[in-house]
Design a protein around this ligand. Structure first.
Ligand SMILES: Nc1nc2c(c(=O)[nH]1)N[C@H]1C(S)=C(S)[C@@H](COP(=O)(O)O)O[C@H]1N2
Ligand SMILES: [Mo]
Length: 463
């Protein structure tokens, strides 16, 4: 069902899930009400309690359950029972019946109506106050006030030709507001830098506990890194490129001292989500970092404020822990991170991929038109992008500049085609000259592959 929902709703899956849950609660509420009106009060109470218990159970099987997290369910169930007790019609007493109280239903109905309006108003008021209170816990004001130290060393230069001029290309640096978001959090965690701590433990010589101020006091680097999701389909948009600032994970692990068998670096977030990266990848000299800034600002809450991990060359699900609070060193066999038992590979190196961004699939174009897009093989770099028309010869595209092998590259190919329908395909070669895989594969278990292909209709006159 989860796979179907993600397929249908894509990144709107959370909104659909919340809306669906509200509908289900509403339907159950109507059911409880109908039971109560029919005089089956015991059944109505029982159903309310069962729903409460199911809610409590759902909280308990989440990572890091606590009394605080159980509270909304407990309070909600108690309030539901109280409202039910208050609104449900009382059985007419024998005495009243004998005394000939003529319209028990009429009386009940009036009582029910005023009662329901009263309860409804209180509910709306309480909900409004709750929302206002919730804003007090939002981290935006803290984040807006935060001034980060500038990264030491040389800022990485962006070549002037990183951004090519063809129309329809995405910006080389993805603005934060447009950066894709993928995570399992229904509500964006609000983590204050003041309470934030990173625990480094497991197979290390010295356990570390690092506060946000400790982290900021360490040497910082600033690097452009392209981040992509293993769930990105061929041609998909779950990929973005940003300038990240942070502390190298390698420095921290060296200080902690790696022990024999520390093969996997498990990142854990405040909401219990986990992922595992190969220690050798983190330590091999690439800019794997604990990032505090994204495109010159503190991390946006939805992208992991106050600290997240970014590892060039690994898909997000095995490296990019947002709201990170823990790094644990383990053996591969000793721990499976969140997505592993759900059918995804333990290791997730980013696959080489070319994407066509312009023109749009299915569009009408002039016979002379610029085909363009991006290609990435994060950390291996891109050496070549080629385009072919109607399965003809592969032709080299022109590549833009890059600050390093850790980012995508823009490419453009000037097409001159006869009028008619054309299939355009692109493929990329990584820095070692290895072409991207041709054989299509779905996103699970370790990333989609195959050529991105579009169809356009060209003519000699513009329309
Ligand atoms: N805490 C947490 N971090 C997470 C995830 C998550 O579900 N929870 N998802 C990961 C996945 S699958 C990806 S692709 C990246 C996406 O990062 P972004 O939302 O900043 O683009 O975050 C990673 N970090
Ligand atoms: Mo992902």
């Amino acid at each position: 069902m989860r796979d179907w929902a993600i397929e249908q709703f894509g990144t709107n899956d959370k909104a659909v899930l919340v809306f669906g849950a509200l509908i289900v609660v509403l339907v159950i509420g109507v059911g409880v009400g109908v039971l109560a009106m029919r005089g089956q009060r015991t059944a109505a109470y029982a159903l309310t309690c069962v729903i409460g218990l199911m809610g409590g159970f759902a909280v308990l099987i989440r990572p890091a359950p606590s009394l605080g997290k159980l509270m909304p369910t407990i309070v909600g169930t108690i309030v539901s029972i109280a409202v039910l007790w208050y609104l449900a019609p009382r059985p007419v007493s024998e005495a009243d019946r004998l005394a000939g109280e003529a319209e028990p239903m009429g009386v009940d109905r009036r009582r029910f109506l005023t009662g329901a309006i009263g309860v409804g108003s209180i509910a709306v008021f309480a909900g409004g106050v709750g929302r206002l209170l919730q804003q007090r816990f939002e981290i935006n004001s803290e984040r807006n006030a935060l001034v980060l130290p500038t990264a030491g060393g040389k800022a990485q230069a962006l070549p002037a030709n990183a951004q090519l001029s063809a129309s329809g290309l995405e910006p080389f640096v993805t603005p934060n507001s447009e950066f894709y978001r993928i995570d399992t959090a229904l509500v964006v965690p609000q983590v204050s830098k003041n309470s934030w701590k990173l625990k480094v433990h497991g197979l290390v010589d010295n356990e570390l506990e690092i506060t946000f101020d400790d982290l900021l006091a360490r040497p910082q680097v600033e690097r452009y890194v392209t981040l992509s999701c293993v769930s990105n389909k061929v041609g998909g948009d779950l990929v973005g490129n940003a300038l990240w600032q942070g502390v190298l994970v390698k420095d921290i692990l060296e200080e902690a001292g790696l022990q024999e068998g520390a093969e996997q670096v498990v990142g854990r977030s405040v909401d219990g989500w986990t992922c595992g990266s190969p220690t050798e990848v983190i330590m091999d000299g690439r800019d794997a970092m604990l990032a505090v800034a994204m495109n010159g600002e503190p991390l946006p809450a939805r992208h992991g404020y106050p600290v997240r991990m970014v590892v060039p060359g690994l898909y997000g699900y095995v490296s990019a822990t947002k709201w990170i609070t823990e790094l644990k060193l383990t053996r591969w066999e000793d721990f499976d991170a969140y997505w592993i038992p759900r059918g995804w590979s333990k290791k997730g190196p980013v696959k080489t991929m070319a994407r066509i961004d312009t023109p749009r699939n299915g569009s009408d174009q002039m016979s002379t038109v610029a085909i363009g897009g991006v290609a990435w093989a994060v950390h291996r770099g891109i050496s070549q992008v080629q385009v072919r028309v109607d399965e003809g010869e592969w032709r080299d595209a022109d590549l833009g500049g890059v600050p390093s092998n850790d980012t995508w590259v823009q490419w453009v190919y000037e097409l001159e085609a006869d009028p008619g329908r054309h299939v355009i395909e692109a493929r990329a070669f990584d820095g070692d000259g290895v072409p991207q895989a041709e054989e299509p594969a779905p996103v699970a278990p370790n990333g989609a592959q195959g050529y991105h292909r579009i169809t356009i209709e060209t003519s000699n006159t513009s329309n």
